[in-house]
Ligand binder design. Sequence first.
Ligand SMILES: *Cc1c(COP(=O)(O)O)cnc(C)c1O
Length: 365
Amino acid sequence: MKNKIWMSSPHMGENEFKYVKDAFDTNWIAPAGPYLPKFETSICDYTKAKHSLAVTSGTAAIHLALRLLEVQQDDIVLCQSLTFIGSAVPILYEKATPAFIDSESNTWNMCPEALETAIKKSSKKPKAIIVVHLYGMPSKMEEIMSISQKYDIPIIEDAAEALGSSINGKQCGTFGEFGVYSFNGNKIITTGGGGALVSKDKEAIDQARFLSTQAKENALHYEHITFGYNYRLSNISAAIGCGQLEVLNDRIAKKRNLFTHYKSSTNIKLQKEPKGYISNRWLICGLLDDKKQRDNLIDELAKYNIESRPVWKPMHLQPLFKGTSYYGSNISEGIFDRGICLPSDTKMVDEDIEKINEILTNFFL
Ligand SMILES: *Cc1c(COP(=O)(O)O)cnc(C)c1O
């Protein structure tokens, strides 16, 4: 059988292995070493974030952001409902109380009106807002930032899927108090598992670095006043990341080109970019007429060993979050019912793209 076509699989460039070999040659096989600051500087150069910290996952970066914002037991944290569990689960790590916010239908991301309603109706002032740029599509950051300022509630921007996406030239991840990227194996670039926390606030990133390395005070015998985590990225992973950042623009170009192919060949209502918005098109997604048609298309693609999936199941529908507050008007439910993530792998060759086009054309006949 022909090799599987994936939604998004790791895609190495020319230099990753060279840098890993260099890490071996210099014996920096540790969560310390020269590729870590190199990788962090490259992340800042690319995104124009002021400061960054490389950690073991995007989830860890969100957890650190909550710690830095002093989110504690019973604090309310508002979080986009339509997302991957990694956005929301760090709220539980801190025993805080999540409240979920619906999407709006243009970007599929946090609805600013529902956000404002949630703030007004919350029993106490929420401690933080977690907004997500789902599938690489930027959220309505102008509206969301002005709500954040009006009510004085900080934003954690989950840009795990949106490295390289932007609004009027400003990179996703650099709007809020904190921005988060993921370098998991399925993301637009990967370190074989990893993440980054970015911020304008140097002290906050310094404190995050301290917390990510077990909160060791400056003493030879290891003195501890507070507790931290073992969240620092490995130098080997950072070496991979340095190589991957060199090819990020090529990966985005390839995904955006794939989007153009889909657009010209299917009836699926693909996610549109609002004016001034650039999506990295990490996953190319759209809506079908109904759930049945969507499920049939996933089955049809699977017959040819081609991976596709429904969109993320909203958090407020997850058994884990049964009984949790939810503010909205059923937009995310509709997207979950009818939405599909199409194969968006940058390793696809022309033959693969033609094959998918043919399957899609026949499906809609
Ligand atoms: C992948 C992802 C995360 C978590 O990142 P990890 O590196 O896998 O921990 C968080 N939020 C979203 C939206 C993601 O897609």
